[in-house]
Write a protein that binds this ligand. Structure first.
Ligand code: NDP
Length: 262
């Protein structure tokens, strides 16, 4: 019997329990997946070990701390300094970041991407920039403020107002603009220069049609929201939880079914 959870704050909105529990049920596995709201990360390691989870997903704002407390770290988490999946074995913590591979899987039908522009410079942008670069994509990061751009000094980067190149195949909104209001990540003027040249767009937000998503549709771009990324990061985490191979399609089907239950 596996004891699993998603850990974050806030956590009530998370779709992960529904996705994972349906996969456990449909694959006939033994386990239960719950949600755990943590006040702060001061005793993250001690708390998780004390509760006795076999593995957890970690969401905002604890992904960086989750990475720090791990004894073993996979390649993506090592490069980006954050983890969304922790497995506990023999009192050791194994950290993984399945957001990156989830994102790549979600944009699989976007072919021949040579240049990508990421709007935003947070934790998600770091992951997406890393996996795209690994795929040979020329990645540029742009943000509204300078502070977080310092983490992107191995990439071309600038503030929105200093952007000179407007020719990218793929434009990604990795910011939370549009999540709780109707903000665009940057001025409409900049987007009007970028979107006519692009072929594809990706919006990390998954629970609403954001102004960015709608504008990309107006420009007839092939655009995806973050739902498939959420789905695939869950599928890859589930494989790790139960040490499964060659069951990806079944897991995906179960999780899709759970997401459609809204
Ligand atoms: P961070 O807090 O690490 O970074 C947020 C980024 O968004 C920063 O660059 C910030 O700019 C920018 N930003 C925030 N609000 C605005 C705004 N109103 N206008 C312009 N820029 C803004 O967040 P994360 O990277 O962890 O998460 C970003 C989003 O990605 C969230 O909405 C989250 O839900 C989503 N997400 C989706 C996943 C999926 O599976 N689909 C997985 C993980 C995350 P500044 O530096 O100036 O503050």
């Amino acid at each position: 019997m596996k004891f699993l959870a998603v850990v974050g704050n806030p956590i009530m909105h998370s779709k992960s329990p529904r996705m994972h529990n349906n996969a456990i049920k449909l694959l006939g596995l033994k386990g239960i997946y719950t949600r755990y709201c943590l006040k702060n990360d001061l005793f993250l390691k001690e708390e998780l070990l004390k509760i006795g989870f076999d593995a957890v997903n970690i969401t905002a704002p604890f992904k960086e701390k989750a990475y720090e407390i791990a004894d073993f770290k996979d390649e993506v988490s090592t490069h980006v300094g954050s983890a969304n999946t922790l497995c506990f074995k023999n009192n050791q913590i194994y950290a993984y970041n399945t957001d990156g591979i989830g994102f790549l899987q979600a944009i699989k039908e976007f072919k021949n991407i040579k240049k990508a522009l990421i709007l935003g410079a947070g934790g998600t942008a770091l992951v997406l920039a890393y996996v795209l670069k690994q795929k040979g994509v020329d990645v540029y990061i742009t943000n509204r403020s300078a502070k977080r751009l310092q983490y992107f000094n191995t990439y071309k980067n600038s503030l929105y107002e200093d952007l000179k190149d407007f020719d990218f195949d793929l434009i990604i909104n990795s910011t939370s603009a549009g999540l709780v209001n109707d903000d665009l990540p940057c001025s409409e003027e900049i987007l009007h220069k970028l979107l006519p040249n692009a072929k594809f767009a990706f919006e990390v937000i998954y629970n609403k049609e954001t102004p960015f998503y709608k504008l990309c549709k107006k420009y007839n771009l092939k655009v995806k929201n973050g739902l498939e990324m959420l789905l695939w990061q869950g599928v890859f985490a589930f494989e790790l939880f139960f040490n499964l191979k060659n069951q990806r399609e079944k897991i995906k089907k179960a999780m899709i079914q759970a997401l459609n239950l809204d």
